[in-house]
Design a protein around this ligand. Structure first.
Ligand code: GRF
Length: 203
């Protein structure tokens, strides 16, 4: 199976997936990486590993739909079985989401449905939460609102800052995302009209 990974930044989750493929833990190929930001560090990280990495700069498009259409063209050139959002910081149009329905995953740094959107670590601290974490979900038209496939939990301690929590969450992300992608490429994970199934059972 072929993966295309969309990034906007460092790409540490992208690298975790690349490494999982290299180790043989994940029987897939990272066919390409696409960033909407020319300066995203992940672009170079991918190229350093001989993975084709493209930039589709959202600033060069007059509107969201024009950008998404260019993204779809770039993605589809790689002929992916699964499109993986890994720190991709653009809101996607319904047209884009529908085009990849059932083969589009995102990782979000909170225990959804808590804290969709930005600044999730600070919001967990401000709320006095004792636990926080990360969710992998299928993408639907609702922002950070598609059905959750799996979560990993971290504890929040009194001395945690948004930064320290971010590091804890990242460590979990790099374990969780390859596991969920593995389920998908093995054909075990499906988005049905109502829910997500793993090995045929509703999650
Ligand atoms: C991660 O925290 C992910 O959950 C969020 O953006 C961050 C991306 O980090 N969507 P990286 O670029 O993979 O290092």
């Amino acid at each position: 199976p072929r993966l295309v990974i969309l990034i906007s930044g460092t790409g540490s989750n992208m690298l975790a997936l690349v490494e999982a493929c290299r180790r043989g833990d994940l029987d897939a190929t990272v066919a390409g990486v696409i960033s909407n930001r020319p300066d995203a560090a992940g672009v170079q990280h991918a190229r350093d590993r001989d993975i084709p990495a493209l930039v589709v700069d959202h600033k060069e498009f007059s509107d969201r739909l024009a950008f998404d259409k260019a993204m779809m063209d770039a993605i589809d050139e790689f002929d992916p079985d699964l499109v993986v959002l890994a720190g991709f910081m653009r809101i996607l149009t319904p047209e884009f989401v529908r085009h990849y329905q059932g083969r589009l995953l995102n990782i979000h740094p909170s225990l959804l449905p808590l804290y969709p959107g930005l600044n999730t670590h600070q919001r967990a601290i401000d709320a006095g939460d004792s636990t926080h974490g990360v969710s992998v979900h299928f993408v639907t038209e609702e922002l950070d609102g598609g059905p959750v496939v799996a979560q990993a939990v971290v504890s929040v301690t009194a001395d945690d800052s948004a930064n320290s929590l971010k590091d804890k969450v990242h460590a979990q992300e790099h374990v969780l995302y390859p596991i969920v992608v593995k389920w998908f490429v093995e054909g075990r994970l499906r988005l049905t009209s109502k829910s997500v199934t793993l090995d045929g059972k509703e999650l």
